[in-house]
Design a protein around this ligand. Structure first.
Ligand SMILES: Nc1nc2c(ncn2[C@@H]2O[C@H](COP(=O)(O)OP(=O)(O)OP(=O)(O)O)[C@@H](O)[C@H]2O)c(=O)[nH]1
Length: 483
């Protein structure tokens, strides 16, 4: 059964929780959507742009160096004069490599098929050697140069971007190919720093969709993205040779992955920048959790405060309902309940229970001579004085107009008579104030002990009879009547 109080608290809790949830979730959804939108519209494309321009910068410089080499009269003269002094061209290639900080530099002669590098002749290129296929391609191609990614035989087969520049004699005949190589690791480092900064996956795909370059953090998948679950849904669109970048997304492991892809014509590669939606939204989700925790705390605080206020209010109401407003003593209704409990306790514990009925003597005269308000003042003061003489466990109730009943737990008749006498003496010795003047007052007391089998009425009746006796015997007295 729910009490009224529980229902009220539940309603407050419901309102607070609903309000907090609406605000927190609303803010979360708006922030999440804005974040997603910004990510797709700006974040990922910007990362793609930055990486792309870094790559262009990395590539343009070696292209320029290779162009210088191909047009260098020394290189052309050396080839045309019969490639006599290998040390000379080796020194030249070393100078280029060291001056420009490239990974490698090379010259291949069409006439001798010698592959020159910084230490002299590395090998002879052969049309039937797959690793030399690039030279025969360059020999036949139209453009002045090409970019080619191959392992570098002169450098422990490190994956290298070669710039293969065609060299001509002074009559425009092809006499060889020269250029420099750039380690892919440089680009990979760049990618890694971007990945760390933005928590994004960045990698390059070849035309077939295989990962050809990625940072150490994103190991290349063996298969093409055409066969990789999730991304294969958008693989064909990623692998289009489009001029402009594309914004795509695919689902993987229950999360949405946002993709920005662009074709890099210089390498015929595709640059892919990915971000898992859950990673991007994590900070917003953390804010949501903090908000919910604060909301829970506020709800708890409000409920606790409400509970304390309700309890205090209820306690005040209960007290007001149980006590006499003038004297603060229990009223008859509350006393009946307390008496039944006290009686049960004393019977169970074999303790004596006594009652003293107190009546203020000639109180009518005080009212008549000093006025009703002064009478109230004396009545209140008398009640206070009597209560101050009692133990904590004793109970005092306003029995009638100027009558009080005191219930003494664990108190046989003899002790009760002593208490009554003490009360009488204390009141008689006290100077009461009434309307600015002192007012003497005495009380008469009737004492009775509860006897086995006694009803409440019987006990109070005997106390009443004793009180009547005290009045009759001249007031300011303590009397008792046998059971
Ligand atoms: N001021 C005031 N007077 C009250 C209150 N309750 C009862 N009285 C008055 O107390 C008086 C009691 O008078 P009586 O019952 O005649 O008895 P008494 O004058 O005290 O004389 P004895 O009891 O014979 O000593 C009455 O005049 C009541 O009106 C109260 O709350 N305030």
């Amino acid at each position: 059964m729910f009490t009224e109080r529980t229902r009220l608290l539940a309603r407050i809790a419901l309102l607070l929780v609903a309000g907090f949830l609406a605000v927190s979730l609303g803010a979360y959804w708006v922030s999440r959507d804005t974040l997603r939108h910004n990510l797709a519209a700006e974040g990922l494309p910007l990362t793609g742009d930055n990486i792309y321009s870094e790559i262009q910068k990395d590539i343009l410089r070696p292209v320029f160096i290779s162009s210088l080499m191909a047009n260098d009269t020394f290189v052309r003269d050396w080839l045309l004069s019969g490639e006599k002094d290998t040390a000379q061209i080796a020194r030249y290639l070393r100078e280029i490599k060291e001056k420009y900080g490239t990974l490698t530099s090379f010259l291949v002669s069409d006439l001798s098929a010698n592959y020159y590098y910084v230490d002299g002749v590395l090998k002879r290129v052969r049309p039937d050697e797959p690793r030399d296929a690039w030279f025969y391609r360059v020999r036949e191609m139209q453009p002045a140069y090409e970019l080619n990614v191959d392992p570098d035989a002169a450098n422990r087969d490190i994956k290298t971007i070669f710039i293969n520049y065609r060299v001509f004699d002074y009559d425009g005949r092809f006499i060889g190919a020269t250029g420099v190589g750039l380690p892919l690791a440089l680009v990979a480092q760049q990618i890694e720093s971007y990945e760390t900064r933005f928590r994004r996956r960045i990698y390059f795909l070849d035309a077939a969709g295989r990962v050809v370059l990625a940072s150490g953090r994103t190991p290349p998948a063996a298969a093409s993205i055409r066969e990789t679950p999730g991304i294969r849904d958008v693989a064909e669109r990623i692998l289009q040779r489009h001029g402009s970048p594309q914004q795509l997304e695919y689902a993987h492991d229950g999360a949405t992955v946002l993709v920005n892809a662009r074709h890099i014509p210089e390498l015929d590669w595709h640059l892919v920048v990915e971000q898992n939606d859950a990673d991007a939204v994590r900070p917003v989700r953390q804010v949501l959790l903090v908000n919910l925790a604060i909301s829970a705390l506020v709800t708890l605080l409000v409920l606790t405060t409400a509970l304390i206020a309700i309890n205090r209010y209820q306690h005040r109401l209960e007290k007001a309902a149980a006590t006499d407003p003038l004297t603060g003593a229990l009223n008859r209704l509350a006393f009946d309940v307390v008496f039944q409990v006290a009686l049960r306790d004393c019977q169970r514990n074999g303790q004596a229970l006594s009652a003293i009925l107190i009546d203020l003597d000639l109180f009518k005269q005080i009212n008549d001579s000093r006025g009703h308000l002064a009478g109230d003042q004396v009545l209140r003061a008398a009640a206070e004085l009597i209560r101050s003489q009692l133990r904590e466990a004793d109970v005092m109730a306003r029995w009638g107009g100027e009558e009080f009943l005191v219930l003494l737990r664990d108190c046989p008749l003899e002790n009760a008579l002593n208490v009554a006498e003490k009360l009488r003496v204390t009141v008689a010795a006290h100077d009461f104030a009434a309307g600015g003047e002192t007012q003497p007052l005495t009380i008469s007391l009737g004492v009775a002990e509860h006897a086995a089998g006694d009803s409440a009425e019987a006990l109070f009746h005997r106390a009443d009879r004793a009180l009547y006796q005290a009045k009759r015997n001249g007031r300011n007295r303590v009397e008792t009547t046998p059971a």
